[in-house]
Design a protein around this ligand. Structure first.
Ligand code: 13P
Length: 310
């Protein structure tokens, strides 16, 4: 019987397996702290997609949610893309189906569909442009002004982009992130009163965006927030997004205080990934996310357009 190698820690085991598999670990900013700490790259949806495209590893272990791994598979069809838990999905991505987009396009043959990266590969394949929270405005601005736009699926990011661009002919899908709806403007009002010196940063998926957008010092993607707090001279920050982001902020800025706008804003799907599941994934090369070639080719087009714009 083969003797199982022993390790001093689970992190050491992961490092060894990573070497053996020539794997890279990508972690979204909402992952649990231990996963962020062992990842090769932690970042927002755009940064992780870029890292996936750049890597020369054979295996990409994507610690995030399903649509993120799908995006990596679309960008790197030759790589093995794994996730620690196949059940880690995204409620927001599930709120729009490919048939919804097709039906809109039938009614609006000259219209343009912009899909947030939080969508399935099938929805991307029906869309004209993809975007992330860090580039949605730029993507919309690049579309000729006379074109009617449908923005799917996040209503709040769509509202923000519409406001920023002044775009009139832009329909917004009514999807939302349940985690970001836990962040209430009444709680933000209280926190701002209690911490008058704090800067208030908001993710554009926040359900209270329509009411509190004008109070925010900055509206940023998760990576934009991580960067901003490092550069800002403020000592206190109110952070309106999923709480996983606080880990890196606190680690990188020991002299600063980070207050979650809602301590309840945790994404159950993001938190399904654990170090134990990371070990299993690398050991057994499971669970593979592979977008079928024909679908991947169609879904790649809107992503490619986004990458060219940014
Ligand atoms: P970013 O990390 O790109 O800001 O987006 C977060 C997200 O969409 C998770 O659902």
């Amino acid at each position: 019987m083969a003797v199982r190698k022993t390790y001093n820690s689970i992190e050491e085991e992961i490092l060894d397996l990573k070497r053996k598999r020539n794997a890279v670990i990508l972690a979204h900013n909402y992952q649990v702290g231990e996963i962020q700490d062992i990842a090769d790259f932690t970042g927002d949806s755009l940064r992780l997609a870029q890292e996936a495209k750049k890597t020369d590893a054979d295996v990409i272990l994507f610690c995030g949610v399903h649509f993120m791994a799908e995006t990596a598979s679309i960008l790197c069809p030759e790589k093995k893309v794994l996730v620690p838990d196949m059940e880690a999905g995204c409620s927001l991505a599930d709120m729009v189906r490919p048939g919804d987009v097709r039906a809109w396009k039938e009614k609006n043959p000259d219209g343009v569909v912009v899909c947030y990266v939080n969508t399935s590969a099938e929805v991307k394949a029906e869309s004209d442009y993809c975007c992330t929270s860090s580039n949605a405005q730029k993507v919309v601005e690049s579309i000729p002004a006379d074109k009617k736009i449908l923005f799917v699926p996040d209503y709040f990011l769509g509202t923000y982009v519409k406001e920023q661009t002044g775009r009139k002919d832009m329909e917004l899908w009514r999807g939302y992130c349940p985690t970001h709806t836990m962040i209430q403007s009444s709680a933000i009002d209280v926190l701002r009163e209690e911490h008058p010196g704090a800067e208030f940063l908001m993710h554009p998926e926040c359900g209270c965006l329509t009411r509190s957008m004008h109070l925010a010092d900055k509206i940023l993607s998760t990576e934009g927030m991580v960067r901003y707090v490092q550069e800002s001279h403020a000592k206190e920050f109110i952070i309106a997004t999923e709480t996983g982001i606080l880990h890196r902020m606190r680690q990188q800025n020991p002299g600063k205080t980070f207050i979650p706008a809602s301590a309840q804003a945790t994404c159950t799907y993001m938190k399904m990934n654990t170090l134990e599941k990371v070990v299993d994934a690398l050991e057994k090369l499971q669970y593979e996310v592979k977008v079928p070639e024909a679908l991947a080719k169609r879904a790649y087009l809107p992503i490619k357009r986004m990458i060219e714009i940014v």
